[in-house]
Design a protein around this ligand. Structure first.
Ligand code: UGA
Length: 434
C-alpha cells in the first residue's frame, strides 16, 4: 500500500518506519527542511531502541522516503496518517491547530478517494472536525478514521509491530477494509483489530492512558500510606497484583508519572469533561496526587538534612522521565531539582541519555558528571530518580568510597532493603521501611 505520514515526531516516525518494514511504500512529510534532510541521510532524529536499524534498512530498500512537499506525498498515497502535535493549551485542552491546518490543505489537494487517519491523541470529536474541514474544500469521496496509538517510549518499535490490539474508529465499510488490510501483518497472533465509531476510538486512548495513570497514582498513595504504618509496598503490590483482575503490571510506586503522554492526556480528559459539565473527580485527584508525588523524594531529603540545604552536595542519578529515553518532559527529576536547589543544595547529575536535554533547559543550575560514579564525588547523599538498568547493580564499594556518608534516597525502589541494611546504608525508598 502507499502511505503518507504527515508529521515526523515520535509517533509519525515510528508509524512510518514500521509500516515500511511490512512492505508498504511510505513517504513521511515534515515542514522542517533540516530534519527532512537529516532523515534522508539516514539520521534518526529521536532516541528509540531498535528504530535506527529498521529505519536505515527501509530507506536503503526504497520503501521509506521523506519530503517537505505535502502535495507530492498526498498525490501518491491511498492512506494519509496525521501524526501532528497536539500540545496542551494554557487551559489544558489539546491545541488542534496543526491538525486542522493540514486538514484544510488536504481538502484542497485530494483528487481521488483517500483514507485520512488521525494517529495523534486527539479529543473526542476531532475526527468530525477534520471531516468537516476537509469537506469544505474537497469534491471527492474520502473517509476520516481514528486510529490511536498505544506505543511506549523505549518500546515503541516492539509495541507497534506486536500490538496488544489495534483500535480503529470508522463507520465506513470502505475505510474499514483498507485498515484491515493494512494492519493484517501486525495481528497474525490473534491479537484483535477492534472496530468502533470514531468518537469511541478517540475516547479509548484517553481512557486507557488515564486508567494507567490512575493505577500508578493509586499505588503511590498506598506506598505513602505504607510508610506511615510501617508496611512494605513491595509485598502489598505482589499480594494485589497476583489477582488476575488487577494484574501485576503498572503497579510500581515511584515519584510520579511524567513524560509527554500521561500528564497531557489526563489533563485533556479532565478538561473535556468540564466542557460537557462532567466532573471527572477521580481524574482531578490523580493530577493532584501525582503533582505532590514528584516532590516526595525532595521532602525526604529535607526531613533528613533539615529544610536549609545550603552547603549540601547531592548526587542525582537519572533525569529522563523513565529509562531508555532522553525525554525529560514532565520528568519528576526536574521538579526535585527545582525544590532542592531552592533550598540551597548543590546537585551533580548523571543520566545515560538525557544530559543534553537537561543542559539545554537548566544550564549551570546544576553540575553534570560524565558517569554515574563521578557524580558521587564528595556528595552528602545519592538520589535516584530514574530506574536505568545501569543503576540497578552498581558497585556499592565505589559508591561508599565517593560519598561522604552512606546515604541513598531512592525514588524507584531499585535495591533490596535487607541488603542495603547489611551494607550499612541509610536507605530511604518509596513505601518501604528505612
Ligand atoms: C504511555 C502509555 O504506556 C502508552 O501506551 C501510550 O501510547 C503513551 O503513553 C502515549 O500516549 O503516547 P509512555 O509515556 O512512553 O507511554 O511511558 P510509560 O512506560 O507508560 O510510563 C509513563 C510514566 O509512568 C513514567 O513516568 C513511568 O515512570 C511511570 N510508571 C509506569 C510508574 O511510575 N510506575 C509504573 O508501574 C509504570
Amino acid at each position: 500500500m502507499k502511505i503518507a505520514v504527515v508529521g515526523t515526531g515520535y509517533v509519525g516516525l515510528v508509524t512510518g518506519t514500521c509500516f515500511a518494514e511490512t512492505g508498504n511504500d511510505v513517504i513521511c512529510v515534515d515542514i522542517d527542511i533540516e530534519k527532512v534532510e537529516k532523515m534522508r541521510a539516514g539520521v534518526v532524529p529521536i532516541y528509540e531502541p531498535h528504530l535506527d536499524v529498521i529505519f536505515e534498512r527501509n530507506i536503503k530498500q526504497n520503501r521509506l522516503s521523506f519530503t517537505t512537499n505535502l502535495e507530492e506525498a498526498v498525490e501518491q498515497a491511498q492512506i494519509i496518517f496525521l501524526a501532528l502535535p497536539t500540545p496542551p493549551g494554557e487551559d489544558g485542552s489539546a491545541d488542534l491547530s496543526y491538525i486542522l491546518g493540514v486538514a484544510e490543505e488536504l481538502g484542497k489537494m485530494i483528487k481521488e478517494y483517500k483514507v485520512i487517519v488521525d494517529k495523534s491523541t486527539v479529543p473526542v470529536g476531532t475526527a468530525d472536525k477534520v471531516k468537516e474541514t476537509i469537506a469544505k474544500h474537497a469534491n471527492v469521496d474520502f473517509d476520516v478514521v481514528s486510529n490511536p496509538e498505544f506505543l511506549r517510549e523505549g518500546f515503541a518499535v516492539d509495541d507497534f509491530l506486536k500490538p496488544d490490539r489495534v483500535v480503529v474508529g470508522t463507520e465506513s465499510a470502505k475505510a474499514r477494509k483498507v485498515m484491515e488490510e493494512l494492519y493484517k501483518p501486525f495481528v497474525r497472533q490473534g491479537n484483535p483489530i477492534i472496530f468502533m465509531d470514531e468518537k469511541s476510538a478517540e475516547l479509548t486512548k484517553y481512557a486507557a492512558n488515564s486508567f494507567l495513570a490512575t493505577k500508578i497514582t493509586f499505588m503511590n498513595e498506598i506506598a505513602n500510606y505504607c510508610e506511615l504504618i510501617g508496611a512494605n509496598v513491595d509485598d502489598v503490590r505482589r499480594g494485589m497484583g497476583t489477582d488476575t483482575r488487577i494484574g501485576n503490571r503498572f503497579l510500581f510506586p515511584g515519584i510520579g508519572y511524567g513524560g509527554s503522554c500521561f500528564p497531557k492526556d489526563v489533563q485533556a480528559l479532565a478538561k473535556s469533561g468540564k466542557e460537557t459539565a462532567y466532573d471527572f473527580s477521580i481524574i482531578n485527584s490523580v493530577m493532584d496526587v501525582n503533582h505532590k508525588q514528584k516532590y516526595v523524594l525532595a521532602e525526604k531529603v529535607k526531613a533528613y538534612f533539615g529544610s536549609d540545604l545550603k552547603g549540601k552536595k547531592l548526587a542525582l542519578w537519572g533525569l529522563a522521565f523513565k529509562p531508555d529515553t532522553d525525554d525529560i518532559r514532565e520528568a519528576p527529576a526536574l521538579y526535585m531539582i527545582d525544590e532542592l536547589t531552592k533550598a540551597g543544595a548543590e546537585i551533580t547529575a548523571f543520566d545515560p541519555e538525557a544530559m543534553d536535554n537537561v543542559k539545554a533547559l537548566l544550564g549551570d543550575k546544576i553540575k553534570y558528571a560524565s558517569n554515574q560514579y563521578e557524580a558521587l564525588e564528595d556528595a552528602d547523599a545519592l538520589l535516584i530518580a530514574t530506574e536505568w538498568q545501569v543503576f540497578r547493580t552498581p558497585d556499592f564499594d565505589r559508591i561508599s568510597d565517593k560519598l561522604k556518608a552512606k546515604v541513598i534516597f531512592d525514588g524507584r525502589n531499585l535495591y533490596d532493603l535487607v541488603d542495603m541494611r547489611n551494607k550499612g546504608y541509610y536507605y530511604n525508598s518509596i513505601g518501604r521501611r528505612t
